[in-house]
Design a protein around this ligand. Sequence first.
Ligand SMILES: [Zn+2]
Length: 133
Amino acid sequence: MSQSVILYLNDCGKHTIFIGTLRAVNALLPNDFPYHPHWKWNDTHPAFWELTASCDHLKPVARGGTNNIDNLVTACYKCNSIKTNWTLEELRWELHEPTNDSWDGLVGIFLQIMEQSKIQEKSLKSWYNLLKK
Ligand SMILES: [Zn+2]
């Protein structure tokens, strides 16, 4: 199994957005687009759950799954939250190969926001410095 396989619900399959882009929008519009560092449900915009990517375990850790690269896949947070300790077979989910298109997860917009704003948040600046290289 490839480490670059993307896991998602049959009806999910959407492109995900780089979390830095959403965090930058939050920095500009904190009241309209809230974010909580621990993703507190009432203080975090649903877009963070539905549009950002997470690392998930094919075989759940609670059922003996490891952090070995062969057991890790990409999933949106919403699918990750639904999957919890179920296996793909139990949920009747399928693995899908990554799409081969030009989607950049809106990283380009993140870079533009960081260049055109005065956002000073440390993690956002770190991501910016890594990505602009
Ligand atoms: Zn999903």
